[in-house]
Write a protein that binds this ligand. Structure first.
Ligand SMILES: [Zn+2]
Length: 321
């Protein structure tokens, strides 16, 4: 057990023979779910719903063609509601040989919810994926990448192999399902974590819908291709793991899909780069890494004069006595 941080040169992975780094192309098939979870009244908005349904209707078939052409298997994180709404699309993904993974049922906001409710979301999502795709996923990505301290144990309870929602590493690692605390210290189980990065998410680059999300600036795919290439080259040189997160309704549009295929070609061309699914990377991590990382829970420090508090969106700083 260790509580050390992961520096660039300290990630505990040795890649399979013939490979010196890894890369995975992942797709979060949110479709309508993320918008409905954010605001249930959004179902009344036909145009907004169409912006989201572009993903499964138009983009996923296009992306599947690209992946087939490039002979790359991707990992598709699919909310249960998306699976039930677009069962044929999900079956096309399965038929393409790609990994199906869990992404909530209705892309529920997870922060602050208790373990029982979060567990019910996990179970509902599992049921939907099993019913529609005949798949019992081994991978999980929390909606909005919002993992709670109790989440790893909920995943282990349900047999998940890995999570891909945390942001504290450049390469996969094994993590204890009991973040450091007296109450959880007795749980000896662990799961694999495959970290992500907001700089490797298409949302920040391209997402825009008036009044819903985005800055209003939709970046050029040429700029994004350059940025993601630099990230892939850096991961390749430091022998870590490049994980790209794309949303079909965003990156499946024409010029963005072209840029994505160019990126895939570049990453595949990097000498010794293992381009594969997160499931494969997680299985390798579980089988070859012995160190298990225990996260230290963060508590608000107390000290004389402390007391800054968020209240009604305002930081209130009490006077020092
Ligand atoms: Zn999502």
């Amino acid at each position: 057990m260790s509580t050390s941080a992961f520096a660039d040169s300290q990630h505990p992975i040795t890649w399979p023979a013939g490979f010196t780094a890894a890369a995975s192309f992942t797709f979060d098939v949110d479709a309508e779910s993320c918008v409905i979870a954010h605001d249930p009244t959004s179902t009344r908005r036909m145009s907004l719903m169409s912006h989201q349904s572009y993903g499964p209707k138009v983009a996923v078939p296009r992306l599947l063609q690209i992946l087939a052409r490039q002979e790359v298997r991707g990992t598709f994180f699919i909310p249960g509601f998306t699976a039930e709404s677009y069962p044929d699309v999900v079956r096309q993904i399965v038929d393409g040989g790609h990994e199906i993974a869990h992404h909530g049922y209705l892309h529920e906001p997870m922060q602050g919810i208790d373990a029982a409710i979060e567990g019910s979301y996990l179970d509902r999502g599992l049921e939907a994926l099993e019913k529609v795709a005949g798949v019992r996923p081994v991978g999980y990505r929390a909606p909005w990448w919002e993992l709670n301290w109790h989440s790893p144990a909920l995943l282990a309870d349900r047999g998940f192999l890995y999570d891909s929602s945390l942001l504290d590493g450049d390469a996969p690692y094994r993590m204890s399902v009991a973040p450091g605390s007296p109450s959880g210290a007795s749980d000896a189980r662990d799961i694999v974590e495959i970290p992500v990065d907001w700089a490797l998410d298409d949302w920040e680059q391209y997402a825009f819908y008036p009044g819903v999300t985005g800055s209003g600036v939709i970046e050029s795919p040429a700029k994004v291709l350059e940025m993601w290439t630099l990230e892939a080259e850096a991961h390749h040189s430091q022998e870590s793991c490049f994980v790209l997160t794309n949303h079909p309704f965003i990156s499946g549009r024409p010029s963005k899909a072209v840029a994505l295929e160019q990126l895939i070609e570049r990453v595949k061309g990097m000498d010794g780069m293992w381009v594969t699914t997160l499931e494969q990377i997680a299985e390798h991590t579980k089988a070859t890494v012995s160190e298990v990382h225990t996260h230290a829970r963060i508590d608000v420090p107390t000290y004389p004069g402390a007391g800054a508090r968020f209240k009604s969106g305002q930081v209130q700083v009490p006077a020092l006595n």
